[in-house]
Design a protein around this ligand. Structure first.
Ligand code: ADP
Ligand code: MG
Length: 306
């Protein structure tokens, strides 16, 4: 979309200076900073793949501001992508928080024209779960917290809980997130099983394994079945991108962020993404072992689990 056309629709990409002006003009955000807007500390957290995320701190409070631009950040404007994903992210955060407030951050402000979400700053020592797992940290409450999150968000947005009228309204609302769903169809259910532009594996070491996947007709048939379930089965309001990069943790807190791929799909897609990521983390531990931590569970703990 041409820049002039976007301006007309009330959109402009923020930088640190214009973000301050935006916050000053937005009472819902200013209030979270205790009105102390003259000495804000702003940090753009560059580890996101798609969007811009600003951490804003004042002497009296904090807020995170996330803005979607009309393209994929890590690729650039050669890969356009709808800004409406911010609307689905904000809607899913609000819905899932209403069902599971312990594990979903509060949305303070949403501006659809600006594709902008103001939400709780999930403060340190929270870190992204993937980083914690790579560092060898154990999270004893993670399983219980995420079981609680999945049970509540998936059960209560399904027909196990809702009547057909409400369910179909929800399905219709999230049908419009089709561009994000198409991306998942491509990068999860199609590209890995053929030669494709954005595929990457550790070459040449894994070349033979990647070729074996491409030549496995039985596997591809199974994947085709799963892909059709992903597209057809409007079972519950999914997070849609529920990997360990979408979870922030401490030893006793677990917060789920970033549901911009939210849509009504099969529950197994969220559950499988989470479990699959844990399995990947498990098998990568040997490769991270060092003198300080051999990544082997202590004998006593292993016995408790068995
Ligand atoms: P993207 O959709 O672009 O992948 P994310 O929502 O995953 O963006 O956010 C990118 C990074 O910003 C996260 O990995 C995390 O480090 C940080 N972040 C995002 N939301 C919050 C939040 N509410 N509080 C603290 N940090 C956050
Ligand atoms: Mg994201």
């Amino acid at each position: 979309m041409a820049a002039a056309e976007e301006q007309q629709q009330g959109f402009h990409p923020l930088d640190e200076a214009s973000l301050v002006a935006y916050i000053k003009a937005t009472p819902a955000l200013a209030a979270r900073l205790g009105g102390r807007l003259d000495a804000l500390t702003i940090k753009e957290v560059g580890d996101g793949n798609l969007n811009f995320v600003y951490i804003v701190l004042s002497e009296a409070g904090s807020v995170v501001v996330k803005q979607a631009l009309p393209y994929v950040r890590c690729v650039g404007d050669s890969w356009p992508m709808t800004r409406e994903r911010a609307y689905f992210e904000a809607s899913a955060l609000q819905k899932h928080r209403s069902l599971c407030p312990d594990h979903v951050p509060e949305v303070y402000h949403f501006d659809r024209a600006m594709s902008l979400i103001g939400m709780r700053y999930i403060e340190p020592p929270h870190i992204i779960l993937r980083k914690g797992l790579i560092a060898g940290v154990e999270y004893p409450l993670l399983a219980e917290h995420m079981a609680d999150y999945m049970a509540k968000t998936l059960f209560f947005t399904s027909l196990l809980n809702n009547n057909t009228t409400d369910h179909k309204k929800g399905v219709a609302q999230y049908c419009d997130n089709v561009e994000m769903c198409r991306l998942t169809e491509q990068v999860v259910f199609s590209d890995p099983y053929m030669l494709a532009k954005y595929n990457r594996c550790t070459s040449p070491f894994l070349d033979n394994d990647a070729a074996a996947v491409r030549e496995d007709a039985e596997l591809k048939l199974e994947i085709a079945e799963l892909k059709s379930m992903f597209i057809e089965r409007a079972q519950a309001l999914l997070h849609g991108d529920f990997h360990t990069g979408s979870i922030m943790v401490t030893a006793d807190s677990t917060q789920v962020i970033d549901p911009e791929f939210a849509f009504y799909g099969p529950m197994g897609f969220d559950i499988g993404a989470f479990l699959g990521n844990l399995i990947l983390a498990y098998f990568s531990q040997d490769g991270h072992a060092d003198q300080a931590n051999d990544r082997k569970r202590e004998e006593g703990a292993r016995q408790t689990i068995c």
